[in-house]
Design a protein around this ligand. Structure first.
Ligand SMILES: [Ca+2]
Ligand SMILES: [Ca+2]
Length: 211
C-alpha cells in the first residue's frame, strides 16, 4: 500500500498543489449526505456513475438534471482525465458511494469565458451530485498494477503486449502477433512521453491535455 501512496503522491501534488503558490479559483464543496459505510473512495482514474442537477448560481434556474432530462438515467464518466469540467475533476475526489455533494464551480473551472451550449459565458454553476457507483477506470492504478507483472512500477512493451492479448481473448477476438506489436508501438508512441521504453505509473494515469 505504501507504494501506491508514494506513487500517487507526486501526481496529486501536480493536480492540486499549484494553488499553494498561485491562488487559483476553487471549487466550493459541501457534503450534503455522507453514508455510514464507505468501502471505497473515488480517486483519479476511477469511473463514476452519478445522478446530478445543475443550476445557475445567478438565478438558481436548472440547466440540467439526469433525473429529468437523461431519460432519468444516471451518467458514467472517468474522473481526472478532463472528460468532465475541471470543477468536477477537482470536486469529486474522495467521495463514497451514496454520498451527495454540492459543488459551486467558478467559470474558470467550468465553461469559462466562452460558455457552452446553454451555459452562458462566465457562469458560476452549482451542482448537486449523488455518487451511485465506482468502477476501476481503464486508467486506474488497479489496472496499472494488473498490467505491471514484475511490480517495478513501470510497464514494459512485453507487459503491455501480454495485457492486450488477455484483453482480446477475454472479448473473444483472435489477433495475430504482428498486430499486437503494431498496437504496442502505437501505445508507446503516445504514452511513453520521456521515451525511456517504459510507461511509468504517472505516464499511464495522467493525461496531459492541458499542459
Ligand atoms: Ca513492470
Ligand atoms: Ca516512460
Amino acid at each position: 500500500m505504501e507504494a501506491t501512496f508514494w506513487t500517487l503522491f507526486p501526481f496529486v501534488l501536480v493536480a492540486f498543489g499549484t494553488g499553494a503558490l498561485i491562488p487559483e479559483p476553487e471549487v466550493k464543496l459541501e457534503i450534503l449526505h455522507k453514508p455510514f459505510i464507505c468501502k471505497r473512495k473515488t480517486k483519479l482514474g476511477d469511473m463514476l456513475l452519478v445522478h446530478y442537477e445543475g443550476y445557475f448560481e445567478k438565478d438558481g434556474s436548472l440547466f440540467h438534471s439526469t433525473h429529468k432530462y437523461n431519460n432519468g438515467q444516471p451518467t458514467w464518466f472517468t474522473l481526472g482525465i478532463n472528460e468532465v469540467i475541471k470543477g468536477w475533476d477537482k470536486g469529486l475526489v474522495g467521495m463514497c458511494i451514496g454520498e451527495k455533494r454540492k459543488l459551486t464551480v467558478p467559470p474558470s473551472l467550468g465553461y469559462g469565458k466562452e460558455g457552452k451550449g446553454k451555459i452562458p459565458p462566465e457562469s458560476t454553476l452549482i451542482f448537486n451530485i449523488e455518487l451511485l457507483e465506482i468502477r476501476n477506470g481503464p486508467r486506474s492504478h488497479e489496472s496499472f498494477q494488473e498490467m505491471d507483472l514484475n511490480d517495478d512500477w513501470k510497464l514494459s512493451r512485453e507487459e503491455v503486449k501480454i495485457y492486450l492479448k488477455k484483453e482480446f481473448e477475454r472479448h473473444g477476438a483472435l489477433v495475430n502477433d504482428s498486430h499486437h506489436d503494431t498496437l504496442v508501438e502505437d501505445i508507446f508512441s503516445k504514452e511513453d512521453e520521456d521515451t525511456d521504453g517504459f510507461i511509468s505509473a504517472r505516464e499511464f494515469v495522467y493525461k496531459h491535455d492541458e499542459l
